[in-house]
Design a protein around this ligand. Structure first.
Ligand code: AMP
Length: 332
């Protein structure tokens, strides 16, 4: 009887998180591939969350959203990935309530600071390696790694976000085809629409390291697809003298044009000399001290504007099966 009561209380709590009426929207945080991200409050507990609001328009997008939701759920097992607090839907909206990460993005840090020091690059690179390896161990290739998708929490630790373009089930020799990603960050195999695997993410990681250390991109993102292919396939990036020998070598190993020679797929990146001073168990425990403390807005300081959820379309009947989820930590 006591067990039944407990389960009843838990179910009631869970359904509160799955009810759009219990969220009030505060301000827009950004816009992604599939919808707006809005800061919201879960009114019952006054908890902040970043809600991704996706209108059920194109049925082709449902599969991407399902994949994004599944990764957001697995993400609760790795501290360097942004996770879902809840995923649910109404008649015409799909809602991903994400943990609110309020220190901006790595893109903001590079914009504010310009070139980062070797020590700063080492910190971000180490946390990113743990996050990327966790994704790959779970058969997930991100396909859109770039500073804009790397959020920073209020202490300064990284959280990889935006799983809207992931591919899943990438175990063993499985490969994918198809162009995804962002100009400037995309691996040659992806640009050429050749089969690719997790090596595509390690290429993007190499680009991110180069950008952190130089405040430039190694390959031009300009022009059409053919011009980008030309730049990525035929050119070698310029490595300024300010780069340390170890970091330069690491980037070169990651920007190998042949995917099977690329570090990350060919050898464990943790063993590269650039990381020789890193105690990986400390990185995994999230005990490294962030070198930059982000300046962030306080949750109470927002200028609350009235924003509302998009209007429901009563004629919409498409529901995603088995989509409702609440992270157990929210129920505590
Ligand atoms: P996305 O579609 O995931 O790329 O999100 C679009 C933008 O919304 C990002 O560039 C961030 O500025 C913001 N954003 C996304 N997720 C979060 C989050 N969990 N916390 C705070 N801001 C976020």
């Amino acid at each position: 009887m006591a067990e039944e009561k407990r389960r009843f209380r838990e179910d009631a709590k869970t359904s509160e998180y799955l009810d759009i009426e219990n969220y009030s929207l505060i301000k827009e945080l950004g816009e992604g591939n599939f919808g707006k991200v809005v800061l919201a409050s879960f009114k019952i507990k006054n908890q902040l969350t970043a809600i991704k609001i996706i209108e059920k328009q194109r049925e082709e997008d449902f599969e991407y959203v399902r994949r994004e939701a599944s990764v957001l759920q697995i993400a609760s097992r790795c501290p360097f990935l942004c996770r879902a607090m809840a995923t649910f839907q109404t008649k015409s909206l799909i809602l991903l309530a994400l943990e609110y990460v309020n220190g901006g993005t790595l893109e903001n840090i590079i914009e504010d600071r310009g070139r980062l020091s070797n020590k700063q690059v080492l910190f971000y690179a180490s946390e990113l390696v743990v996050g990327i390896q966790f994704l790959h161990e779970n058969g997930i290739v991100h396909r859109d790694l770039k500073p804009e998708n790397i959020l920073v929490d209020e202490q300064g630790h990284v959280k990889i976000g935006d799983f809207g373009l992931v591919c899943t089930g990438m175990y063993g020799a499985n490969t994918q085809c198809g162009y995804y990603g962002t100009p400037g960050y995309t691996a040659p195999q992806v640009l050429l629409e050749e089969p690719y695997d997790a090596g595509a993410d390690w290429w993007s990681f190499g680009v991110i390291l180069y950008e952190m250390a130089t405040n430039r991109l190694p390959f031009s993102p300009k022009g059409n697809l053919r011009q980008q292919v030309e730049s990525v396939i035929n050119r070698e990036p310029e490595y300024p003298d300010s780069l340390s020998t170890k970091l330069r070598d690491l980037i070169k190993q990651l920007l190998k044009k042949k995917a099977n020679q690329r570090l990350g797929v060919n050898g464990n990146i943790r063993d590269h000399p650039f990381f020789s001073t890193v105690d990986w168990s400390n990185v995994e425990k999230r005990t490294l001290k962030p070198p930059i403390k982000p300046s962030h807005e306080s949750a109470t300081g927002f200028n609350r504007k009235y924003i509302s959820f998009p209007k429901e379309d009563p004629s919409e009947t498409r529901m995603l099966k088995g989509f409702d989820y609440v992270d157990p930590s929210w129920l505590e």
